[in-house]
Design a protein around this ligand. Structure first.
Ligand SMILES: [Zn+2]
Length: 240
């Protein structure tokens, strides 16, 4: 049977690739340009010999996020690929992709916030897995967390585990989805960035703000509030 690997060998591609990395030591990070995925990028750089980043253009209101991701990847000397997932913006109405929808100031009840983009992580991880498989890379890294559960069902550990099984069945491969932040709250994400030596970079270069403002952001949106609260808690712990 000719496997994908042997097929690649026939074309000589695999030889070039194997010099650079083998699949066990390579990973693809889903990089959005925010605090969490950026911290994951540097976590992956410690854990894997070869790291690449994929970023998605999904019609988000603030394309500055994409430029932040690109700049961060370039600074880390990590290959960066921007994938067009613009269809997502056409499929649902939400505050991240629909210009007419203002963001909820506070989360409403038990429903996901209106910044929830249905299917986003499902599609992003699926697309990233396809890209990874073509490169014979099977480690995927994503910055989702359920610790500060904000009502996003696709940030939960049970969803990620389920999708991991599904991807393996869908492509008959053994992907491993890494979620280094899954059980970390925002304070612990800052702590991890500090341990990785990128606290300042994460603070200054990333965009977490729903209003698309780099660094400490607008200070008013739920993402800014969560980020700042975590930073204050970390700094309090550090200096006391
Ligand atoms: Zn903000």
């Amino acid at each position: 049977m000719i496997t994908q690997e042997s097929k690649n060998e026939l074309t000589g591609e695999a030889i070039v690739r194997s010099v650079a990395f083998c699949s066990e030591t390579a990973a693809i990070v889903l990089l959005s340009g925010g605090q969490d995925s950026t911290t994951c990028l540097f976590w992956a750089l410690r854990k894997f010999e070869h790291v690449e980043a994929v970023c998605f253009n999904y019609g988000q209101k603030h394309s500055a996020e994409i430029e932040a991701a690109r700049t961060i990847a370039q600074g880390a000397n990590v290959p960066f690929r921007l994938l067009d997932a613009g269809l997502i913006a056409e499929l649902s109405v939400n505050a991240l992709t629909s210009p007419a929808v203002a963001m909820d100031k506070e989360q409403a009840g038990n429903t996901p916030p209106n910044t929830f983009v249905p299917g986003r992580n499902l599609l992003f991880l699926t697309l990233a897995a396809i890209v990874a498989r073509e490169k014979r890379i099977f480690h995927l890294v994503t910055g989702v967390s359920q610790a500060d559960y904000s009502g996003y069902p696709d940030c939960r550990d049970t969803f990620i585990r389920s999708l991991n099984v599904t991807l393996n069945l869908a492509m008959d491969e053994q992907f491993v989805i890494h979620t280094p932040l899954m059980q970390r709250n925002k304070k612990e994400v800052w702590q991890l960035a500090d341990e990785l030596g990128v606290f300042d970079l994460v603070q200054k270069e990333t965009i977490t703000c729903y209003n698309g403002i780099r660094g400490n952001g607008c200070g008013e949106c739920p993402a800014c509030k969560l980020r700042r609260k975590g930073m204050e808690e970390y700094e309090t712990e550090l200096f006391n």
